[in-house]
Write a protein that binds this ligand. Sequence first.
Ligand code: SF4
Length: 324
Amino acid sequence: MNYSDIHNKVRLWYKRYGRETLPWRQTDDPYVIYISEMMLQQTQVKTVLERFFFPFLERFPTLQSIKEASLDDLLHAWQGLGYYRRARYIYDCAQIAAPKLPTDPKELVKLPGIGKSTAHAIAAFSTHQPVAILDANVKRILYRFFAKQKATEKELWQMAEELLDREEPYIYNQAMMDIGAMVCLPKAPKCELCPLSSHCMGRENPLAYPQKKERKKRPIKQKKIAVVQCNNKLLMRKRQTELLGGLWEFPEVEELQLPVDKPCCTITHTYTHFKLEAELFYIKVDQCSGIKEGEWIDIASFSEIATSSLEKKIIKQLFQTDTN
Ligand code: SF4
């Protein structure tokens, strides 16, 4: 099918309504575009814009500056954005690609944490290459536009490439992201305002596409967390696991050779794939040197180390101190 009519409408729509002033659209620097793409993967535009984008780039203005920094520094700058795996990918990527990020999608996808859609976004937005992107918003548009209740990743890419405006890939891709965020909304699509509506096969019943997945209940995990205090210091250790790896956390009771009584309180924390119900054991010791596991962190400098929101919650609950 020929989509030139749709492409013209999308171009006009973007000129009129597109979010052209977003700071990552004011540059063709692949590094800046890459950082914005990584931040926006799991975090809303407003949050990235108001709290994270500018401070991060001030601290790390180039890929080389990330290569020269420590992972701790990077994780600290990423605090509050969550999904810390993204920060570790950026760090690993800088070790390989600095001083300059490539713009060829085939080279980009070889780097850690850069999938096809992110690679295409960097290529389309930095050098206007005719490649499609496929983020969550674009997927929803494609399901509806082609009236598909289900599709494999491969089929979604085929649809994305079929609809792509190869003459104006920059405008088209930015517009698709904006249409997904502003018009083809998950619960209340505004089809009457949509530049794709004349050819949209799902327009009559957009909420039927894609088919809703059954929501799985989050499993519950339990943990006994030791908050050990010696003078004005707390015992912490660096997390080594895939989830939140590299961040400082409180040890678990079983790891320490310390007598414990009853938990002082409980705390719950929700992660993407599970809910944590933890018992907190507050233990006060007189001799810091008697404990070999972990490191002692000054309570006053707690805000300077990279920790997850669970640790911040624990500190707030036990010491009424905000470490944000
Ligand atoms: S016409 Fe409606 S359903 Fe189709 S893409 Fe536009 S907003 Fe989505």
